[in-house]
Write a protein that binds this ligand. Sequence first.
Ligand code: KG4
Ligand code: ZN
Length: 322
Amino acid sequence: MILGLETSCDETAAALISPQGKILSNVVSSQADLHARYGGVVPEIASRRHLELVTPVIREALAGAGAELGDVELIGVTTGPGLIGALLVGVAAAKAVAWARRLPLAAVDHLHGHVASLYLEPDPLDPPFLCLLASGGHTLLLDVQERGGTPRVLGTTLDDAAGEAFDKGARLLGLGYPGGAEIDRLAREGDPGAYTFPVARVPGLDFSFSGLKTALLYAVRELSPEELERRRADLAASYQRAIVRALVGRIQQAAADLGANQVAVVGGVAANSELRASLPEAAAAPLELCTDNAAMIASAARFDKAIPYPGYLGLDAYASSA
Ligand code: KG4
Ligand code: ZN
């Protein structure tokens, strides 16, 4: 079986999958509560918490699969992009376990991991497909031709990521962190037509969300605290509608340009109920695999070139791909 490890942001995660892509266990320990009082992830706090959690989380993943370390044949770990201190904890843990057992190690790119969330049982997706990867750190339109390798980037955000737009919007509305799920929940009680927020028009297949955030800021500023209380759900619904429209518009445009027959959505924002409902034909990652997890990292490890023992001892993490 394959052990996956993910510590790129504020989730400490370990998972075991079979070589065929069946999830045997999938443990995600979120630190969100720890960071909520700061309104975002504090890198140093994240690293320290990963260090405390990584061993118990691996143990829990093994126990959940009824497995022992001796059953593991390959380890896949996220080496980037992400918070460098956080990544290093996972990479060090993965090296230690792999080295002690003389196992091969696959260095997994976090973004490939999100795409590989589509390759797990019971409903694995076969390329080619057009993929929207929308998370807290990235908004990418990808042309995925095969399960391994690096997909072609068709478009990306020029400023904020879609998840970042959700998180910043939630903050302006006085909602908790992380904000995407909170806006999603509140939007169900609001009128998406109450406010008209502009969707930035940028050339090609790129995205831009910073203007939208400013428009929300101005709308909120005009309201007294009591009015904001009353209009919060309408604002959330209208703001979400604008983000979803921008994402869906681009996917449809790219699908037409490419003549793509299959469309998929992955990443934390792919958990959004309005986005999923707006793309009934698309393959959406299963809900529990949208936000960060290690099953997707183990899944990607199957299609990456594994480094044989002991060649990975010098392996490093990277904060960004650029
Ligand atoms: O993929 P992910 O867990 O981490 C990154 O790689 O960034 O994505 C986290 C992002 C956050 O910005 C969060 O607000 C957003 O995904 N998110 C959502 C929903 N659930 C999580 N955004 C919109 N609707 C949701 N239901
Ligand atoms: Zn992610």
